[in-house]
Design a protein around this ligand. Structure first.
Ligand code: THU
Length: 129
């Protein structure tokens, strides 16, 4: 299954009773293993988490720290793009050139690198010297 199809499939499990906007995300780690996540909203609104954050958490819990490819999908007129916070979260684990696949349920897709989505990202190296 393609990474985008993995994201579409897991999206069905999203918990989005407040926004009604279900999002699925899938990461291929450097090992080739796939990790998925969904947005999980909360009655205390700021406590909700994005689909990308869920997929990253699953990857890290499995012992992987490098993203090879990531896909995110929602049901929207245009492909769903990661929020600013998720761009920073992805940049923590995605080497330069990693493709970020952004899609909707109609088959529209945009692919950009993480450095295109988050130029001049704040990174650990900046605190080292
Ligand atoms: N959301 C994600 O999970 N990922 C994105 O890339 C965009 C937004 C979620 C957060 C919230 O649960 C809902 O979509 C509406 O903002």
């Amino acid at each position: 299954m393609s990474l985008l199809d993995e994201a579409k499939q897991v999206r069905a499990h999203a918990h989005a009773p407040y926004s009604g906007f279900k999002v699925g995300a899938a990461i291929r780690g450097e090992s080739g293993a796939v990790f998925v996540g969904v947005n999980v909203e909360n009655a205390a609104y700021p406590e909700g988490t994005c689909a990308e954050a869920g997929a990253i958490a699953a990857m890290v819990a499995a012992g992987e720290t490098r993203i090879a490819e990531i896909a995110v999908v929602g049901d929207a007129p245009k492909p769903v793009t990661p929020c600013g916070g998720c761009r920073q979260k992805i940049a923590e684990f995605a080497p330069m050139g990693v493709p970020v696949r952004m899609a909707n349920m109609d088959g529209d897709e945009i692919v950009m690198t993480i450095e295109e989505l988050l130029p001049l990202a704040f990174a650990k190296a900046q605190m080292e010297g």
